[in-house]
Ligand binder design. Structure first.
Ligand code: ADP
Ligand code: ZN
Ligand code: ZN
Length: 740
């Protein structure tokens, strides 16, 4: 028997090994696909995953090495996840070892035991009596530790680590006050039929009830539902109830959310409603926290698993339902390394597992809307906000017809005064952080540029720095032109400058700013949001970070400072993104009793996209945008892949891409229907040089997914055979989010 093993290395192949020598202890456990093994690889030992068993190998038997150790007694992945990962490696043409490594938390992919016995700290009898009648010789930290253990349920070493040092724990143990106790697996302690959800006061609207009934149709196994509801229309309430029903008889639910919206508030809402705390999987968590959550998901102890992108690969043995919230969000696509779409894989996973999936959004992606038109997804609408909340009124402000002050039109300034005066809060949206996007010399036209990129530096005035938003380079901001010595002028608006303008225009109202600069440290964003919730800040300025799920009852006006960036962009998805951003930001207004108003500043008030969106709404926009895509044969009416490459030497980069393109011409893959898969390029990236590397790509365009897969399957192995010039990197992106 031969074991075909995936190893975390950038190689699109499996490696053959012999089973471990019979003498070893594991010899009597059958080796199954999905188990981890330790194998000799090069001159090191590596952890790999058994992908398949074979009768024979193309490697000569004498040259085959044996597996050193079998690390598991059962497969690490549930069967559907294992199949999903194999499928994803094929579909995204990514090295399979890296694909499997991406599915395991750090530590487990390095060979730690899957079933780690967790322990908690508990008070001993002596500790109990010490709490009740202190003997008086305790240090304050010891007293705090005992009090904590007496009251809190989070008592693992990891949970206590934030407050107490290991030395403090050992000291209390040494005095006989505390001891470690193995954690009982909650799976065994909680009855499976315990009520999964706590009752709620909310009475569903007719639309919510209808949606829920459709999702929970008895007898239906796999079904994809596009839950289309404006922000605040009660989608989350539908998720919560659908989950409760799906997991009532012991099942589990997987909830995917975008990077930015996995906030403590969201987790709290789930925690409040379900008896067993959800397992949370997030890239910002520490290794041990992630492993712990991953284990709780896999064992079935966690009934609800909430996570970002990579949680789509979490093993859930009793998966009963999948939810993808804000399904249009770009963060579902991994943009480096293994470039998968968690949204697309979630649908496939639901299909393979035979469970329903809900894709929710106020602004569904055009792909998903097309899937509705094709009959693959069922659309469920929540057209209204429950209770008194009203949809906001959107108005375009023509920037050519009125004086503008620091980026604000007179109309916007007037509206802000009125709303602030009436006690409302105001959101100002601008998708650009920093003070000004350019520092310019009007005498000689010199502009501060990044020395490592073909890009301008952004002025950050408070930090007195010029920063490149593409490579992260920074240097001290100068006052004078480096070419002629005259005074430099900041040109354009960033959030920092807008904040300054607001201070001048509305001195009496406190402001808050939310962008990557103010939300840098962990918890900083929550602090900013808290100032808005408490009403302390009356005006909130921010970037894209504002668009996600926050609920601000008193915001009555949203001003979108500049809608024009997306109107004439070259990327075919730019219009969709712009429309989604406008609708999402607009959704921050009028979420409760106050009527909302949205002002969109533009130099192009006659642009058909803006007219459709503000006049008739997102649906009308989407219908028209889909028709444009069909006419231009962009996805979903064709399928794309990109082969990206970058190198320090532009000539070598170009030669490599030309060589790769030549390997793809005249292939026998030409589909019978007469529309061949084509290679376009090489073309330079929009920012042709970034961090001192030149960047270019080939675009592969095909009629449909099978044609694209046939083409890539024939072509990429040949590209792999090309000699790669030193320092050149290349990668494949199937279904790229951006054609750049
Ligand atoms: P979404 O997920 O679409 O943004 P939510 O489910 O978060 O919407 O609902 C927005 C607000 O409305 C929440 O405060 C929620 O508790 C409340 N809500 C949801 N459904 C109802 C309902 N049927 N009746 C009253 N309030 C509701
Ligand atoms: Zn100059
Ligand atoms: Zn740069």
């Amino acid at each position: 028997m031969i074991l075909q093993v995936a190893i975390d290395a950038p190689l699109r192949r499996l490696f053959d090994y012999l089973p471990p020598p019979r003498a070893s202890a594991e010899a009597d456990t059958p080796i199954l696909p999905g188990m981890r093994v330790r194998v000799p690889f090069g001159n090191k030992l590596r952890v790999g995953i058994v992908i398949a068993l074979a009768e024979e190998s193309s490697v000569a038997p004498a040259r085959l090495k044996a597996v050193r150790e079998v690390l598991d007694r059962q497969p690490v992945f549930d069967l559907v996840t294992f199949m999903l990962l194999r499928w994803a490696a094929d579909y995204y043409h990514h090295p399979i070892g890296e694909v499997f490594a991406a599915a395991l938390p750090a530590g487990l992919s390095d060979g730690r035991p899957i079933e780690e016995q967790r322990t908690t700290w508990e008070l001993t009898a002596a500790g109990q009596s010490e709490v009740q009648s202190p003997s008086g010789r305790r240090a304050p930290r010891q007293r705090a530790l005992l009090a904590r253990l007496a009251t809190s349920t989070a008592r693992t070493t990891e949970a206590l680590a934030g407050e107490f040092t290991p030395a403090q724990l050992r000291a209390a143990e040494g005095r006989g006050w505390i001891q470690t106790v193995p954690v009982q697996n909650a799976e065994n302690t909680l009855p499976r039929d315990a009520p999964a959800m706590r009752p709620s006061e909310v009475v569903l609207t007719d639309a919510q009830r209808h949606a829920l009934a459709a999702i929970l149709t008895p007898g239906s196994r796999f079904a994809a539902h596009l839950l289309h509801g404006v922000t605040g229309s009660g989608k989350t309430e539908v998720y919560l109830r659908a989950i409760a029903a799906a997991i009532a008889d012991g099942g589990q639910a997987l909830v995917l959310v975008p990077e930015i919206s996995l906030t403590p508030q969201l987790v709290a809402r789930f925690r409040q409603r379900f008896e067993v705390p959800p397992a949370v999987l997030h890239s910002a968590m520490s290794g041990s926290e992630r492993r712990d959550a991953w284990r709780r998901a896999r064992s079935g102890e966690a009934r609800v698993v909430i996570g970002t992108r990579s949680a789509v690969f979490a093993s859930l043995t009793r998966l009963a339902m999948i939810i993808v919230d804000e399904e249009h969000d770009p963060s579902y696509k991994q943009q480096e390394g293994f470039r998968y779409s968690a949204r697309d894989l979630a649908v496939l996973r639901a299909q393979r597992a035979g469970v329903p999936i809900i894709l929710g959004s106020a602004t569904p992606s055009l792909e998903s809307l097309d899937n509705v038109l094709q009959g693959r997804y069922a659309r469920l609408s929540l057209p209204e906000r429950p209770g008194v909340a009203r949809a906001s009124k959107m108005t375009l402000v023509d920037m050519r017809r009125q004086p503008v002050e620091g980026g604000f039109s007179q109309a916007a300034i007037g509206a802000m005064s009125a709303h602030l005066g009436a006690g409302g809060q105001v959101i100002v949206f601008l998708n650009r952080r920093g003070y000004a996007p350019a520092l310019y010399c009007s005498a000689c036209r010199w502009v501060a540029s990044c020395t490592h990129c073909d890009a301008r530096m952004t002025l950050h005035r408070r930090a007195a720095q010029l920063r490149c938003h593409h490579c992260g380079a920074q240097r001290a901001a100068t006052q004078v032109c480096e070419a002629c010595g005259k005074t430099l002028h900041p040109v354009g608006q960033g959030t920092e400058r807008i904040e300054e303008t607001l201070e001048r225009l509305f001195p009496g109202y406190a402001r808050a700013r939310l962008d990557r600069d103010t939300a840098g440290a962990r918890g900083a964003a929550d602090a900013v949001l808290e100032r808005v919730h408490s009403g302390d800040a009356r005006i909130l300025v921010g970037t894209q970070m504002l668009t996600k799920g926050h609920h601000f009852p008193d915001v009555s006006l949203v001003v979108i400072l500049n809608a024009d960036q997306g109107l004439f962009a070259t990327d075919y998805r730019a219009a969709e993104r712009l429309a989604q951003t406008i609708v999402q930001v607009a959704g921050r207004a009028g979420r409760a009793a106050r009527a909302g108003e949205v002002l969109i500043q533009t130099e192009f008030p006659d642009h058909p996209l803006l007219e459709l969106l503000t006049g008739e709404g997102y649906d009308a926009f989407a219908t028209s945008a889909l028709a444009e895509r069909r006419a231009a044969r962009w996805p979903p009416y064709s399928r794309l892949a990109l082969l990206r490459a970058d190198a320090k030497d532009p000539a070598r980069l170009d030669a490599f891409l030309r060589g790769a393109a030549a390997l793809g011409s005249g292939e026998p893959h030409q589909p019978a229907r007469g529309v061949p898969a084509r290679i376009l390029g090489p073309a330079s990236a929009q920012i042709a040089r970034r961090a001192d590397r030149y960047r270019a790509h080939l675009l592969i365009e095909a009629d449909d997914r099978p044609a694209l897969q046939r083409f890539l399957g024939a072509w990429l192995p040949r590209v792999e055979g090309l000699a790669v010039p030193p320092g050149l990197r290349w990668s494949v992106d199937v279904d790229p989010l951006e054609v750049d």
